[in-house]
Ligand binder design. Structure first.
Ligand SMILES: NC(=O)c1ccc[n+]([C@@H]2O[C@H](COP(=O)([O-])OP(=O)(O)OC[C@H]3O[C@@H](n4cnc5c(N)ncnc54)[C@H](O)[C@@H]3O)[C@@H](O)[C@H]2O)c1
Length: 183
């Protein structure tokens, strides 16, 4: 525990798996209280137990302060064949973020978005198993400028900065975390 997020509450949607799980575990290390929202109640409880066993604690919440980080996708920049619905919705997240940032800025809440690149998660492995990733995870990792697939912790680290006190002058931004892909 570092105590850098003492007194803050983190609400993580999709926090039972993959990137969301990584994001949920990170603020708990910094003394924040975390609410894990997910369709999968069993796995969400499991993440909550993990946070508690690591010593996570609850705190009251300071008014007029907030941080929102929307998870988009680098495919909003690159496009992706046979994924028009997904790419269009993720591009919508970028616009949603910019508009909401203008609305919520006066209330002390920042709104930013991270479009992840190629991240090794259960979703990615499911796609690989179903043959949607062509030559597979290792191939795509080798094509990435930093020569590896991303990890949920890579997204969590950027998210941890964007929700910090120090990031209070950053809002309406698109912060790519992609190992150099699709930049
Ligand atoms: N993995 C990647 O390479 C990659 C790349 C770009 C963007 N993303 C985005 O990152 C996000 C997380 O992806 P992931 O790879 O961690 O997937 P994942 O399948 O490993 O985890 C997603 C979690 O979200 C939950 N979920 C789904 N719909 C929900 C809803 N409506 N409400 C609450 N919970 C819900 C699922 O039950 C699951 O636990 C997604 O928005 C995805 O589009 C992932």
């Amino acid at each position: 525990m570092t105590g850098t997020a003492d007194g803050k509450v983190a609400v993580v949607t999709g926090g039972a798996s993959g990137i969301g799980r990584g994001i949920a575990l990170r603020p708990a290390r910094d003394d924040a209280r975390v609410a894990v929202f997910d369709l999968n109640g069993t796995e969400a409880k499991s993440v909550v137990e993990e946070i508690r066993s690591a010593g996570g604690s609850a705190h009251a919440v300071a008014a007029g302060w907030g941080r929102i980080v929307n998870i988009a996708s680098s495919s909003a920049h690159s496009g992706q064949p046979l994924m028009t619905h997904y790419v269009a919705s993720k591009a919508g997240v970028l616009g949603f973020t910019k508009a909401l940032a203008l609305e919520l800025g006066p209330k002390g809440t920042t709104v930013n978005t991270i479009p992840p690149g190629f991240i090794d998660t259960p979703m990615t492995r499911r796609n690989e198993a179903q043959g949607f990733l062509g030559a597979g995870v290792d191939h795509h990792a080798a094509q990435t400028p930093v020569r590896r697939a991303g990890l949920p912790e890579d997204i969590a680290a950027a998210c941890a900065f964007l929700v910090s006190e120090e990031a209070g002058y950053i809002t309406g931004r698109v912060i790519g975390v992609n190992g150099g892909r699709n930049t």
